[in-house]
Design a protein around this ligand. Structure first.
Ligand code: PEP
Ligand code: MN
Length: 265
């Protein structure tokens, strides 16, 4: 299998844009709002996370909301804002594509195509992003096993796109104190099974801003290649995922603490 360590003994280092990489020596950090809510909040967040040391900017344009009545994202307008902010900050952009009909459009703007947890087994979508030359950030499904995640990666890779980044973002368990349960063990398990880089999303895993730092440290200790973190200039007013979003100041502190912690492990 294309994702297996038998296929490639060397770990894959995935290049993003000209400057960023995932799976290399340093921890890759993607930060930004859950949803792009407007130009000003996106710019403010981007400049702040860039100066704190993030290497890529995230922001949803098409949002997979549980309720069809909730904010669904600004669509192509958000993609244009992301591209404009990339031009200003130099940060490559990571954004979700939800539908096969939007792959071409999203790929015109994005540096990394995010496949959301709810679409991890949307096989038509996986194949479609497999035919595009953009790295894919593949999030683990809400109730998907490690093997199912790896098979989803195969769907992408089988079409020719070998640049897949796996993302553990918490799975559904009986526990309700957290939004999901971060499967820390999945990180070394995946790294034993595959040459692909493994990122962790502590924001969706815990669902709470106060858990982002401890889950980030756990992820780093377990061998994660990177983190994707939700950051918002005013989390109380966020249109999606405010409870789990870090303020700009909290993200800056996280980046300092991560450096200290990463040197210690
Ligand atoms: C997101 O990154 O905002 C998101 C919707 O993530 P997930 O697909 O992991 O729930
Ligand atoms: Mn979110």
């Amino acid at each position: 299998k294309l994702a297996s360590r038998e296929f490639s003994a060397d770990r894959s280092v995935i290049r993003v844009g000209d400057a960023a990489e995932v799976g290399g020596r340093s921890l890759a950090v993607i930060a930004g709002p859950c949803s792009v809510e407007g130009r000003d909040m996106l710019r403010e967040t981007a400049f702040s996370v860039a100066s704190a040391g993030a290497g890529m900017l995230r922001g949803g344009a098409f949002k997979p909301r549980t309720s069809p009545y909730a904010f669904q994202g600004l669509g192509e307008a958000a993609l244009r804002m992301l591209a404009d902010v990339r031009a200003e900050t130099g940060l490559p952009i990571v954004t979700e594509v939800m539908d096969t009909r939007q792959v071409e459009l999203v790929a015109e703007y994005a540096d990394v195509l995010q496949i959301g947890a709810r679409n991890m087994q949307n096989f038509a979508l996986l194949s479609e992003v497999g035919r595009v030359q953009r790295p894919v950030l593949l999030k683990r499904g809400l109730s998907a096993t490690v093997q199912e995640l790896l098979m989803a990666a195969e769907y992408v890779m089988a079409q020719g796109n070998r640049d897949v980044i796996l993302c553990e973002r918490g799975i559904r368990t009986f526990e309700t104190a957290t939004r999901n349960t971060l499967d820390v063990a999945a990180i070394p398990v995946l790294k034993a099974e595959t040459h692909l880089p493994v990122m962790v999303d502590p924001s969706h895993a815990g669902g709470r801003a106060d858990l982002v730092a401890p889950l980030s440290f756990a992820a780093i200790a377990a061998g994660a290649d990177g983190l994707i973190v939700e950051v918002h200039p005013c989390p109380e007013q966020a249109l999606s995922d405010g409870d789990q979003s870090l303020t700009l100041a909290a993200f800056e502190k996280l980046m300092i603490d991560i450096r200290v912690f990463a040197d210690a492990v």
